[in-house]
Design a protein around this ligand. Structure first.
Ligand SMILES: Nc1ncnc2c1ncn2[C@@H]1O[C@H](COP(=O)(O)OP(=O)(O)O)[C@@H](O)[C@H]1O
Ligand SMILES: [Mg+2]
Length: 297
């Protein structure tokens, strides 16, 4: 018996439903998402910043009417923040209240113990929350590469069995497996064991055609001609050796900028005066200006 129904009928269905949320997927994205759904495998999405990794998980959730549960990874993230922890303060209050309730020194220790390790004193964190949900859920483990390696062990456990054992409460098994999306900026290699569990999608900057569509989908008032020149320049910038290449997020910001300033052509002067929207390093600025001058001559 399948643990859950399939969310998508076929690859085209994935594309259409993502598009309906404003997310434009190419064939590779749509196919991998379709397979992750069919095979019930976590989807690992790797790629540079700003290419639509996090957005894909959000779009996925809204395209199937699922709730998004997000575990944001960072250095120092631990089990207590990722899985669950006991509410010590509340437990302490409960013990104090119990001790005072009886004239001869309080209730039995066992009673207090049973009480404070019950549901009421449990603080559920994203992994446990996702496992316990009975409604459709997308679990986003965002920027996995930022967490310490030990967190991968924890993820591995949760993602292999979809169950969590809390010594005081017992084992909690997912009634309905969440659709899991892990993202990584590839600042370090994730473990082979974790990768083996997942389907892998490498997201890179989109083709000129798709980027233009994305920009127009997000900034529909931008004239198509301007979107075209904007994308062409963004791609030229990406081809240069910059400290930080502009991402799709920056293309969209630039489109808003062009619109807000009411440019009707995107010429060298317009580009130079708004370069701060897409390039965030002084050296990148200088390099780009040089390059664009040369290109204009
Ligand atoms: N395929 C896409 N369709 C529509 N918008 C996109 C797409 N890819 C990226 N974007 C836009 O780019 C922005 C940055 O994407 P995000 O998912 O935050 O990047 P990251 O890969 O760093 O997680 C998003 O807010 C979204 O508006
Ligand atoms: Mg992100």
């Amino acid at each position: 018996m399948p643990l859950q129904e399939h969310a998508f009928a076929d690859v085209a269905d994935v594309r259409e439903r993502l598009r309906a949320t404003g997310y434009l997927a190419d064939e590779a994205i749509a196919t991998t998402v379709f397979l992750a759904d069919r095979l019930h495998k976590p989807l690992l999405v790797e790629g540079p910043a700003g290419v639509g990794k996090t957005e894909l998980a959000k779009a996925l959730a809204s395209s199937v009417g699922a709730e998004l549960i997000r575990l944001q990874c960072y250095e120092g993230l631990d089990e207590a923040r990722a899985l669950y922890e006991w509410n010590y303060k509340k437990q302490l209050l409960r013990i104090q209240a119990g001790a005072g309730s009886d004239a001869d020194g309080g209730e039995g220790w066992q009673q207090a113990h049973d009480d404070i390790f019950s549901e009421e004193f449990l603080l559920s964190r994203p992994l446990l929350t996702a496992i316990r949900r009975t409604e459709p859920t997308v679990l986003l483990v965002d920027e996995t590469d930022k967490a310490d390696v030990e967190v991968e062990g924890l993820l591995l456990e949760v993602l292999s069995d979809f169950q969590v054992t809390i010594p005081e409460l017992g084992t909690i098994t997912a009634a309905r497996r969440p659709f899991v999306v892990l993202t990584s900026n590839a600042t370090r290699e994730l473990s082979e064991a974790l990768k083996r569990r997942c389907l892998y999608l490498n997201l890179d900057y989109p083709s000129a055609e798709r980027e233009k569509e994305i920009v127009l989908a997000r900034v529909p008032d931008l004239p198509e001609k301007l979107a075209e020149s904007l994308v062409r320049i963004v791609r030229a910038l990406r081809a240069m050796e910059l400290k930080k290449a502009p991402s799709i997020a920056e293309s969209i910001d630039w489109a808003h900028t062009v619109l807000a300033l009411g440019f009707d052509t995107f010429d060298e002067a317009a580009v130079a005066s708004t370069l701060g929207v897409v390039l965030k390093h002084a050296s990148d600025h200088a390099r780009a200006i040089d390059h664009l001058k040369l290109a204009a001559n």
